[in-house]
Design a protein around this ligand. Sequence first.
Ligand code: ZN
Length: 460
Amino acid sequence: MALNIYNTLTRQKEEFKPLQAGKVGMYVCGMTVYDFCHMGHARVMVSFDVIVRYLRHIGYDVNYIRNITDIDDKIINRAAENGEEFNVLVDRMVNAMNEDFGKLNVLTPNSEPKATDHIQGIISMVQTLIEKGFAYAATNGDVYYRVRKFEGYGKLSGKILEELESGARIEVTEEKEDPLDFVLWKSAKPEEPSWTSPWGEGRPGWHIECSAMSTCCLGNNFDIHGGGPDLKFPHHENEIAQSEAATGEQYANTWMHAGALRIDGEKMSKSLGNFFTIRDVLKEYDAEVIRFFLASVQYRSEINYSQAGLQDAQSKLDRLYNSLKGCNLGVAVDKNDADVSAFIDQFKSAMNDDFNTPKAIAVMFDLVSHINKAEGASKDKLASLLKTFADVLGCLQTNPEDYFKQGVDVDEAYIQEMIEKRVQAKKDKDFALADKIRHDLDEQGIELQDSREGTTWVKK
Ligand code: ZN
């Protein structure tokens, strides 16, 4: 069963063929760390996290690289506003990012290169581009890329040069030979952080850092390059132009772009007042609910953030956890076992179809209905399989019994004491007291559940 991935470059689903059997080299553009990460970032990061987890699940040894942009105009401006050194701001925001991603159960990449650690590699790539005629140093110390010189420009985004020329967003400066040219190296203004280069003191442009770091970590030609929806143009288009001109080789074979996140059907923006950081949303929803919500939409589709969507994710997650309650989740599952093989095939065929998580989750819910009807060892086996599938989505990582107790302010020992008091009341035939205890706990958000094995409790 082949894995098919939609390649933005060829605009079709293709059978994934890694350069080296059993290995995947993957680079995803990470954060520019000048502020807290928002929900759009969470969407992209969870998407690629699920992709990496699935590639590993089917046996690939994945080398996952996600960079950190730790120098650019936004960082310099914000640090100046705060009256602090840029690297102090960067360190604080990297810590916050790690904290947020950690809560969302986003795995740490194999390597997280920072632009400022790769200045020499960046300078030497810019030099190569100048030597090959693809770049030129302007009189002010900036270095620009000669867009018209690169024949394949526009092949990723489908943009044509004539359209770009008439576009209003092209920055015209005296230093550029052509308005289409973009900056590779920026000369520093006084007081700005800078590095010494053959063109004077300056800092790298944003696009060149990803070309230099991906090549450094993965080689000239590698398997997968990914990023958010807004990076396709100009960032990724420019990366291709830089890398392929510098190395003379194809850059990434497969380009993957996550879909956008919208808020109640609208674009998320500060000016519309519907801008949410990950931290904002974590105050209201459990991290796993947010994670499940984000993972439940196919990575290329637009995702609509809404309270209703998160509540739906919450109730689905409850149903999944509910099916695991009381089960032994450590049962080794044999994929040839007739009870599980059909589920495994369906789950794989969903994920092999460009990581179709909604289909995969539908398979999980089919499995839930079987778990709920099964008993004993058979139930444990199916529940263990569900846990294996959930690991790919990065969900169901909490003990089911603990999951249902989350967010309760009431002391657990007190609840236990009340449960015992109620058992005694029932024995004494004092049903009024037993009912009162149930009612009182209910008021505090605790629901008692009676079964043959005794009474347990969950958060309502
Ligand atoms: Zn990038």
